[in-house]
Design a binder for this molecule. Structure first.
Ligand code: SF4
Length: 430
């Protein structure tokens, strides 16, 4: 029996797919290289925003058409978790709709499989060997924060951190399989371990961490840095970027900071139910640059969240110019059912949101191009991901640009080279 998994959405979903693949292989399935060759076709969906939901549905319909006769089609992931009943009734092509961690490998067709508790712990399942010399490592599931626009806690639940032992075991097994770069992911990465400590202490503190000095993630990063050549952290909530965590990240040699900012205007961030403001963000960025001038910064921003004024938008553009981030993603606000933002007054006209998004993207594109030009003439240690494609510490896999290298360089090798040219978001090494 062969399986095929199509993954949509974020890196966290990719890890879930890897783990589902590991489980299916443990059950005797083999991986198919195409939908057409599979007996079991799985769509691991995304429900983050409206556009992601549409893409997920389109993909399910496409897989339904392409699967061979008799192959079963399973829809899992965020869309299945959030809209299980609707999917089951509106997509007769689908054999099983399974929420997170719902067993489906050995079932006879069932319309909807969903229960408050998972049949198995997806986070701690083994996974097949990585195909690239880097891999996402998911260290927690769920989130204890309640940002005004985000529905994730409503269907992924509160944060559940994996034990350090489980994370280290997976890191070692990935490294043994040839992975040289670990990319740590979670909904709120810097709060890793806080929930475990809270459960141990029997405390019920709602606020995860902020300026606490004993941050569990610090020790984990130090341990993981001994297991792989590179450890990269994604999705850092800015208030949790403590001095000790900054030190620990810099000590790994990967001075890459993916800050989850979303906006910069103080009053607007409070409407979003988030921490911070432009000055605080710039202060943290400056502090990091004073310690490591070559540090790389990435962030993402929402345009058109309810109540966003022209002044708020101008503050964001001014911040982009001051911060000189290397990379940034911009997303139009999408009202998510069940979130405070969906019913907030002062909804912004979607056309205006798109106009603001275009303006912010244009501003940032010029900055990114300059930051890439600045790399020309520097020497970088490169990790070869695929023939002709490598990355330095300045590029995160799948999200940022790449470094073009000689195609004869062996995949998985690391070497130092000079950056000789830039081509938009990519650079060329000799
Ligand atoms: S921190 Fe991220 S996952 Fe958690 S509620 Fe906010 S946006 Fe959602």
């Amino acid at each position: 029996m062969r399986y095929y998994i199509e993954t949509l959405g974020c890196p966290k979903n990719q890890v879930d797919s890897d783990k589902l693949g590991g489980l299916l292989e443990h059950r005797g399935y083999e991986r198919a290289i195409s939908v057409e060759g599979a007996d079991l076709v799985v769509a691991n969906t995304c429900a983050f925003i409206e556009a992601a939901r549409e893409e997920s549905i389109d993909t399910v319909l496409d897989l339904a058409q392409r699967r061979r006769e008799g192959a079963r089609l399973v829809v899992t992931g965020c869309l299945a978790e959030r809209y299980a009943d609707e999917l089951a009734t509106s997509l007769p092509e689908v054999d099983v709709v399974a929420g997170f961690g719902q067993e489906f490998a050995a079932v006879t067709p069932v319309r909807v499989r969903r229960s408050p508790r998972s049949d198995f712990d997806l986070l701690n399942l083994p996974r097949p060997a990585a195909e690239a010399p880097w891999a996402y490592l998911k260290i927690a599931e769920g989130c204890d924060r309640r940002c005004g626009f985000c529905a994730i806690p409503s269907f992924r639940g509160d944060q559940r951190s994996r034990t350090p032992e489980a994370v280290l075991e997976e890191a070692r097994s990935l490294a043994a399989g040839g992975v040289r770069e670990l990319v740590l992911v979670a909904q709120d990465l810097a709060s890793w371990g806080i929930d475990r400590r809270r459960r141990r202490d029997g405390r019920e503190a709602a606020e995860p961490l902020d300026d606490a000095t004993d941050q569990p993630l610090v020790g984990l990063v130090e341990q993981l840095a001994r297991e792989a050549d590179r450890v990269r952290l994604l999705y850092l909530y800015p208030s949790s970027l403590t001095p000790r965590l900054i030190e620990a990240i810099l000590a790994t040699g990967v001075a890459y900071f993916d800050l989850s900012l979303q906006h910069v205007a103080r009053a607007h961030l409070r409407r979003m139910r988030r921490w911070g403001d432009s000055d605080r963000f710039l202060e943290r960025i400056d502090r990091i640059r004073s310690l490591e001038p070559t540090a790389t910064f990435r962030s993402s921003f929402i345009l058109g969240y309810p109540g966003e004024t022209e002044d708020d938008h101008r503050a964001l553009l001014a911040f982009l110019e001051s911060a000189q981030l290397d990379w940034a993603g911009f997303f139009p606000f999408s009202p998510e059912e069940g979130t405070p933002a969906a019913i907030a007054p002062d909804q912004v006209d979607p056309a205006l949101a798109l106009e603001r998004l275009r303006e912010a993207s244009e501003t940032q594109d010029a900055i990114t191009a300059r930051r890439r030009d600045d790399l020309v003439g520097t020497r970088q240690v490169l990790l070869v991901d695929a023939p002709g494609v490598a990355r330095s510490v300045h590029e995160c896999p799948e999200i940022d640009g790449i470094v073009e290298v000689d195609r004869r360089r062996e995949v998985g090798s690391m070497f130092e080279a000079e950056i000789v040219a830039s081509r938009g978001v990519d650079v060329v090494a000799r």
